[in-house]
Design a protein around this ligand. Structure first.
Ligand SMILES: [Zn+2]
Length: 163
């Protein structure tokens, strides 16, 4: 299974895998998550595969994204916002918390103005990432079509059936 993630309700950017952050953007790996109906937060580093803080629920069947809806915040954004709790389901991240548009590497936000700036860049980045994936998928389709042509040509030339 590949990387996956969710966008922070505060800044709109993804909760990142630790291998997609630098010293500057290390804050984007620190999560606070509230499940619907729970006042207790799940906190810690996000591993890029759905586990926070080393999966404190103890087993792989207890991952937080299964079951009730949940809100994801970066720890830094959560603090700036005055530590809100559950606030609706967080949307899935187009960059999967790993494939970061233009190596966007923002410094830790400190004020509401910082958050507003990040939200603006987040929406634009989300759109660009969506476009980039659309192109990658289209290129993949094209390549598979070309390969199919080559394979059928080879099969005809060699008198074999392509597997
Ligand atoms: Zn955030």
């Amino acid at each position: 299974m590949g990387f996956f993630s969710w966008d922070c309700k505060g800044c709109g950017h993804s909760l990142r895998s630790s291998c997609a952050t630098s010293k500057t953007s290390a804050w984007m790996n620190q999560a606070v998550v509230y499940k619907e109906g729970s006042k207790m937060a799940l906190r810690g580093e996000y591993d890029g595969y759905g586990n926070i803080g080393g999966d404190p629920y103890g087993d792989d069947d207890g991952n937080f994204w299964e079951g009730p809806k949940f809100t994801v915040y970066h720890k830094a954004c959560h603090e700036i916002l005055g530590k809100p709790k559950f606030d609706g389901q967080s949307r899935g991240s187009h960059d999967q918390g790993y494939f970061i548009d233009d190596n966007f590497d923002p410094a830790k936000p400190k004020t509401l103005a910082d958050l507003a700036y990040l939200r603006d860049t987040g929406d634009a980045a989300r759109e660009r990432t969506r476009e980039a994936w659309r192109k990658i998928c289209a290129d993949g389709e094209k390549r598979r079509a070309e390969e199919a042509v080559v394979l059928s040509w080879m099969a005809a030339e060699l008198g074999v059936v392509a597997s």
